[in-house]
Design a protein around this ligand. Sequence first.
Ligand code: FPP
Length: 252
Amino acid sequence: MQDEKFKPGEGLHLAIIMDGNGRWAKRRGLPRTAGHREGAKAVRRTVEAAADCGIETLSLYAFSSDNWQRPPEEVATLMQLFERYLGTEAARCVKHGVRLNVIGRRDRLRPRLVRAIEKAEAATAQGSALHLRLAVDYSSRHAIAAAASMFRPPGAVTAEMFSELLNRAVNSDPAAPDVDLLIRTSGEQRLSDFLLWECAYAELVFTPCLWPDFGKQQVEEALHVFQQRERRFGALPDAEQVASEGLEAVGP
Ligand code: FPP
């Protein structure tokens, strides 16, 4: 019998590329910004679902560095939504032990948004149930280049050291582990410059669900798919590993 306290995503790092707000709005004859507003509600539902499922780290791709190329009105609406979200959700995050953290560049955000980020991060800093990372003005390639430029020889950098630099480069506080499961909504199947290094061994789940329709049911479905996957990290499946234990090790 399943343990009552079993939480399907316990200890996992879940990353989500939230996609499909524009299409959701278009199908209803609404402006794209209406899709983003509805998308903000889905963010709230998903954070609650992740906390309920025992997820340890949730990284949400809210605004990529390439999204600056969108029409100014759309960018302005998104920035307002982020600011409002940080203002209204901080108290709820404190109540539920959620530590809120915005990852990405801050030098191109307007000062009042940076202040809202700093305030929300300070207010929720004691949260230990869920580390919620909102990626704003985020580019994985930029982050990798920034982390590489922090490295000062002598000595070779290891993958672990590089991961630490990368966490520092994007203001991840605390540092986040590698991604276990990445979900992209809306049927698109690409990474779009999100957590490229951290997703080295992530399981990928693509769902046709448009982001504004996403919520607890979709989180649970993706976790169910994840649990059926066999993660090998380049090794053999468990049974074959055991069978070959008698063989002489050849290194490293
Ligand atoms: C992609 O859909 C979505 C975005 C670029 C923005 C994500 C923003 C939100 C989910 C809302 C606000 C978030 C927070 C944290 C309050 P798209 O516009 O590219 O959709 P399309 O591919 O259908 O055009």
